[in-house]
Ligand binder design. Structure first.
Ligand code: KG4
Ligand code: ZN
Length: 357
């Protein structure tokens, strides 16, 4: 019986999962380090790597216990090899290789963005994965990435990417400026839903016709609007950031956040519509931390219904970094006989997905 052990340590989540041969998560645990990084207003690589090192051994025991399995039941090991923080990646990658080597089972290095892109095919806990079509389009929106890809057979083509900030990064920066703490996505999402987007920001487009994304102009526009409203943008030493209690947020701040959120979603819709005009597709996966966003989920689902595009969103628990998607991406590559560098894989901070065989 197939039992895949997946390990994810590319950023600030330590995660381990066990997946069966039907892509069903048998056990899955995500240990978030948010608390350790919050006072710095962002992820500190050295702290992340050390936390992974401490978290992994007990997490492995808990995951096995949850599955009622023993390490000897594992038939395949997969771990994220990049892109991500090299020190953080190395911890999970080395642990995974060691386990696979010790057990005498294959090891599959996994590309983090490929794993996100496949995550919407996973079922809820206890359900098998649905079949992955030969061709689909994937929008990955996270704290580190805003990328649009076309998966076709063994090849992946990059259609668009952000030229500056990632969508999640824009959420985090806006939250920081508004004194709302870190990470910014969930709190901005909640507050924005209580505001009104009366003065929407324009959707940026490049004059060369490129479909690339851009969020840094929006961030600057929000900063200016914060100042105009007399809501002083929070700058200075991260430690000194005053955290605004959610209930203290003024109506004008809620409206501004609604306008920001509207602009992020409108830009995603704009790029998707233009890609669809260039070349029709029938399946779209939307994944990554920002795919937890409530407005994005509603609007992109409606976008797809209108255009007969099947839009697949991951279960909210699988939007952020998790090892279930890593195990699934590893299993898919193993079954296709495309395990890349296998045990020879190294940790990579940059690793273009389209370069993978
Ligand atoms: O995929 P992820 O866990 O880590 C990366 O690989 O980057 O994504 C984290 C990002 C953060 O920027 C966070 O603020 C954002 O996802 N995020 C959200 C929401 N929940 C998390 N952004 C918007 N709305 C949300 N509800
Ligand atoms: Zn991620």
């Amino acid at each position: 019986m197939t039992l895949v052990l997946g390990i994810e340590t590319s950023c600030d989540e330590t995660s381990i999962a066990l997946l069966d041969g039907d892509g069903r998560a048998v056990a899955s645990i995500v240990a978030s380090q948010t608390g350790a990084h919050a006072r710095f207003g962002g992820v500190v690589p050295e702290i992340a790597a050390r936390a992974h090192l401490t978290n992994l051994p007990p997490l492995l025991d808990r995951t096995l216990a949850e599955a009622g399995a023993s390490l000897r039941d594992v038939t395949l090991v997969a771990a994220t090899a990049g892109p991500g923080l090299v020190g953080a990646l190395l911890v999970g990658l080395s642990e995974a290789k060691g386990i696979a080597f010790g057990l005498g089972v294959p090891f599959v290095p996994v590309h983090h963005i490929e794993a996100h892109g496949l995550s919407p095919f996973l079922g809820r806990q206890g359900e098998p994965a649905r079949p992955v079509p030969d061709e689909f389009t994937a929008l990955v929106v996270s704290g580190g990435h805003t990328h649009l890809y076309r998966f076709r057979g063994p090849r992946v083509a990059l259609l668009a990417r952000t030229r500056d900030d990632a969508a999640g990064e824009a959420y985090d920066k806006v939250a920081k400026m508004a004194g709302l703490g870190y990470p910014g996505g969930p709190v901005v999402d909640r507050l924005a839903r209580t505001g009104r987007a009366a003065q929407p920001f324009a959707v940026p487009r490049f004059s060369d016709g490129s479909l690339d994304f851009s969020f840094s102009g929006l961030k600057t526009a929000v900063r200016d609007r914060l100042a105009a409203l007399g809501l002083r943008p929070q700058t200075g030493i991260p430690d000194a950031i005053r955290t605004v209690e959610e209930r203290e947020a003024s109506p004008s701040l809620r409206d501004l956040l609604a306008e920001f959120q509207e602009a992020v979603v409108a830009q995603l819709e704009d790029r998707l519509s233009r890609v669809l005009l260039e070349e029709r597709f029938v399946t779209l996966t939307v994944s990554g931390g920002v795919a937890a966003n409530s407005l994005l989920r509603e609007r992109l689902a409606a976008w797809g219904r209108k255009r007969s595009v099947e839009v697949l969103l991951p279960d909210r628990a699988l939007t952020g970094d998790n090892a279930v998607m890593v195990a699934f991406a590893g299993l898919r590559r193993h079954l296709a006989g495309r395990t890349g560098e296998g045990f020879a894989a190294v940790a990579r901070s940059r690793w273009p997905l389209e370069s993978l065989e």
